[in-house]
Design a binder for this molecule. Structure first.
Ligand code: GCO
Length: 410
């Protein structure tokens, strides 16, 4: 650790932040989320609208992130722009993303490019989404086309973002599209998403052998709300459905070359509640989302994920808060938890903070502030790095946890 004079992170460690197309680009009017945001009985608080206009400002955004000590960056491609109708691929969208990925490489940022981050083209959703006929084959065709055209600019391809949350929020909780609350369909969609991951890995390996493909999973630390058998048994069931299905499913062929771990919080489960998840116990440290902060969970979930044998990257970790001192504290404690896992011998090769910018937090809209960088959406979309961005910059450029608290300006 730092006190011995040794670095806490290896010199070739990847450092950066993550975004997703629909949360930052603006104007994504041809996907299922846009419909959901504008539907009559929607759970969404507001429209994604102009996003933070990253669609036009990507080059200056990448330069800013580079100036903040990042050497990697995660973003996603918007499938509905690339394939606006079945089998109809947009040349201008592919050209746009080529310019984006060239700008990323020119800025010196190693790209993690997500192919599917929650949004589906409207036509794909209308055919039944992930449970529609040929869903996996249609996704595979999109992945093959994109990696054929852009794979030379994608060192890391992230096939699907958080399949478990897509399944949970979309099919059991009704909080994301397709807004279902159906336990049977919830259990049906997970294996389809794993198949879709395998189809994407296959496409990447064939079309772009120089790219490394991986899945990004969110791994919450789950615990029973009470020490009774009903709570413990639900906890085991949810662990099986949210965690084991995916991690154990990655032991077969076409599992990919790496695994993205996304960690935010501890959650307590209670079968007596319709939502199955209980409010955190009194006295818990809570974020703007009402999520319970629990840094040790990151060490534990990295150990759990290490059992897949895949190299790991933290592809998301962060906090929604208006108070940046809370973000600094969250960041320091989670980086320490990450350093502990590395010191224990877990093969973690990078850390991408969620998020680079304050952005559109899905059904919650723009209220939660997850960004290292603030954005003035009322006026000119000006970007202003917060003090936490400089804290991450100091750790990233030195590889040392104790640099987080140093006063040196970056
Ligand atoms: C998700 C996504 C991100 C979120 C982040 C905070 O988990 O929902 O990967 O798009 O914005 O996790 O909720």
């Amino acid at each position: 650790m730092s006190s011995s004079g040794q670095a806490d992170f290896p010199p070739d460690f990847l450092w950066g932040a993550a975004t997703a197309a629909h949360q930052v680009e603006g104007g994504n009017v041809n996907n299922d989320w846009w419909d959901f945001e504008h539907g009559p009985a929607t759970a969404a608080n507001e429209s994604s609208g102009d996003g933070i206009d990253h669609f036009h400002r990507y080059a200056e955004d990448f330069a800013l992130l580079k100036s903040l000590g990042h050497n990697a960056h995660r973003l996603s491609l918007e499938w509905s722009r690339i394939e606006p109708a079945p089998g109809e691929f947009s040349r201008t969208a592919l050209h746009h993303y080529r310019r984006v990925l060239v700008a990323l490489a020119d800025a010196g940022l190693t790209g993690f490019v997500t192919l599917h981050h929650f949004t589906l083209p409207r036509w794909f959703a209308a055919r039944g989404g992930w449970l529609g006929p040929d869903a996996v084959a249609l996704f595979g065709r999109y992945c093959r086309r994109v990696t054929t055209e852009l794979g030379d600019l994608m060192p890391f391809v992230c096939t699907i973002n958080e399949p478990q949350m897509l399944a949970l929020h979309g099919y059991l909780e009704g909080y994301h599209p397709p807004a279902l609350t159906n336990p049977i369909l919830w259990k049906r969609v997970g294996p389809v998403l794993l198949d879709a991951h395998r189809a994407a890995v296959d496409a990447v390996h064939q079309a772009s052998p120089g790219s490394q493909a991986g899945l990004a999973v969110q791994l919450p630390l789950l615990a029973p709300a009470r020490e009774d058998e009903a709570c413990r048994s639900l906890c085991r069931e949810l662990e099986a459905e949210i965690i084991d299905l995916y991690l154990d499913g990655l032991t077969r062929a076409d599992r990919g070359d790496w695994l993205g771990i996304q960690y935010y919080r501890k959650q307590w489960v209670d079968p007596a509640l319709p939502t199955l998840f209980a409010a955190p116990p009194a006295g818990s440290e809570l974020t703007q989302m009402g999520w319970a902060v629990h840094p040790e969970g990151l060490t534990r979930m990295l150990h759990r994920a290490a059992r897949t044998g895949l190299p790991l990257y933290v592809t998301e970790n962060g906090i929604a808060t208006e108070d940046d001192t809370e973000r600094i504290s969250y960041l320091n404690r989670h980086l320490a938890a990450l350093a502990t896992a590395i010191a224990d011998g877990v093969d973690v090769r990078g850390y991408l903070h969620w998020s680079a910018f304050d952005n559109f937090e899905w059904a919650e809209g723009y209220r939660p502030k997850f960004g290292l960088i603030a954005v003035d959406r009322q006026r000119d979309f000006a970007r202003t790095p917060k003090p936490s961005a400089h804290v991450l910059a100091r750790v990233a450029t030195t590889g040392r946890l104790d640099a987080a608290t140093s006063q040196a300006a970056i």
